[in-house]
Design a protein around this ligand. Structure first.
Ligand code: SAH
Length: 239
């Protein structure tokens, strides 16, 4: 059944008008009609069975009927990813959403040569991935921030999986040794981390430096590999 991410609160009988794009998708592309059923979620109220209550000249009205799944969240996992070129950033964000990340933090490091991201585009990607994966929440994507600033404001209760292409421990063993809890994964830019960045990272008490094997992976491959490892070792893949 079609799943749609909406921002409105969801309660029995709530009526809401989807965006024009969503309305076009439902009636135009998916050929739904008056009375058709679909699923709605907003990241707060769980998942709701809904119907198309009205089809107007301009748009449609949806009505939430009953909650079919209570709100739930995946593991508390963030991805801090150095900016690389646009298309790869979009791939990384989509895969991070599919792999259960709660928050994506684009970061600027000594060797990033990209400064900006199109947040509206990345939000559309995470919403679509959340709809497709059956998630009940949509990962947040932050404005790009400098790595030093992110580390300065770090909550030490969150462990940091520092993917270090020049060293690091065997990842699966290191992750299972460090144990579950709030984590973040850090992936560097195409040019890798600068020596002073690596030095700072290795000196932090909450850092676990890991290797993703003997081959140098592109940032998007490294992000997918690290997320997969983390989910298998500490995440919600045990079901
Ligand atoms: N400077 C490197 C490339 C960096 S790859 C070089 O050309 O030699 C981009 C990022 O992916 C790295 O900063 C690291 O975070 C991650 N990465 C890639 N391969 C890795 C590996 N084998 N082990 C750990 N991290 C890796």
């Amino acid at each position: 059944m079609i799943r749609l991410y909406v921002r409105a609160d969801l309660a029995p009988g709530t009526t809401l008008t989807p965006t024009p794009e969503q309305a076009r998708y439902l009636t135009g592309v998916m050929r739904l009609f008056l009375g058709s059923e679909l699923l709605l979620f907003n990241g707060r109220d769980g998942e709701w069975r809904a119907t198309i209550a009205e089809v107007l000249k301009r748009g449609i009205v949806l009505r939430a009927e009953e909650q079919v799944r209570p709100q739930a969240f995946g593991p508390d996992l963030e991805l801090i990813v150095a900016l690389v070129k646009k298309s790869r950033v979009e791939t990384i964000v989509e895969k991070a959403a599919e792999l259960g990340v709660r928050r994506v933090r684009p970061t600027l490091t000594r060797r990033t040569n990209v400064e900006k991201v199109r947040l509206d585009r990345l939000d559309a990607i995470t919403e679509e991935a959340a709809e497709q994966t059956g998630r009940l929440d949509v990962p947040a994507v932050d404005d790009p921030a400098r790595l030093d600033a992110i580390l300065d404001g770090w909550d030490p209760a969150r462990r940091l999986m520092f993917c270090d292409e020049t060293g690091g421990a065997p990842a699966f063993a290191a992750l299972t040794a460090a144990g579950p809890g709030p984590w973040a994964i850090l992936i560097g830019p195409e040019g890798g981390f600068a020596p002073e960045e690596r030095e700072r990272l290795l000196g932090l008490p909450f850092t676990t430096a890991v290797s993703l094997g003997p081959r140098i992976l592109r940032a998007d491959t490294a992000a997918i590999a690290a997320l997969t490892l983390w989910q298998a070792a500490l995440g919600d893949w045990d079901r």
